[in-house]
Design a protein around this ligand. Structure first.
Ligand SMILES: [Zn+2]
Length: 199
């Protein structure tokens, strides 16, 4: 409202322009790019070469239905809750794959770990405790297999060297000769993850 305008005048104007206002509001909502990005049509799981279709449905009892045989997620929810539902699903799905990938990589390296857990950390791709527990980020499913392997080798290498010393990197290099490129690729890809994964 411009300074010095009486409220009654403003009310009159709003009434007069009511149609234009609601039309414009509707158009703005349709065009809003943030809403579109928060509601992805597909989820690419590069790590396992799968593309998941996401369909948005109305009036269902369950907020999320996962059909693995057709790789399809049906979501019935308001836009605000969708990213949270997608993250919840990603974590469950990652638990099916990441522990196996770790097991295979550990066998390649002939190294033993104690246990593995899959979480949705904000900033770390993985971690390794002194006791030999490895924690992996569910978001790894979104990265290409060679980058995922680098992360797994990195965490497993911490079982030998609990630091980032020259000896640690030398050990990593034995299994990942291109670890430098993979590491910068990981940094680059971290910036371009879909909006919904950031909780
Ligand atoms: Zn490390």
């Amino acid at each position: 409202m411009p300074l010095g305008m009486a409220k009654s005048e403003a009310d009159k104007l709003v009434l007069q322009q009511q149609q234009w206002i609601s039309r414009t509001l509707m158009r703005m909502q349709q065009q809003a790019p943030v809403v579109e990005e928060a509601l992805p049509a597909n989820i690419e799981l590069l790590a396992i070469g799968e593309k998941i279709q996401v369909v948005y449905v109305e009036n269902r009892k369950e907020a999320l239905i996962w059909k693995q045989e057709v790789l399809q997620l049906s979501i019935c929810s308001d836009e605000v809750a969708v990213p949270e539902l997608l993250r919840y699903w990603l974590k469950i799905y990652a638990k099916e794959y990441l522990p196996d990938l770790l097991k295979k990589t550990a066998a390649d390296m002939r190294i033993d770990y104690r246990a593995v857990s899959v979480r949705l950390q904000k900033s770390r791709w993985g971690s390794c405790s002194m006791r030999g527990n490895i924690s992996l980020n569910a978001k790894l499913l979104l990265l290409p297999p060679e980058v995922v392997r680098y992360v797994l080798v990195h965490e497993l290498a911490h079982l030998k060297h609990m630091n980032h010393s020259a000896a640690f990197w030398h050990y990593v290099e034995k299994f990942e000769p291109d670890y430098r490129e993979k590491r910068s690729e990981l940094r680059r890809l971290s910036m371009g993850l879909p909006v919904w994964v950031h909780g």
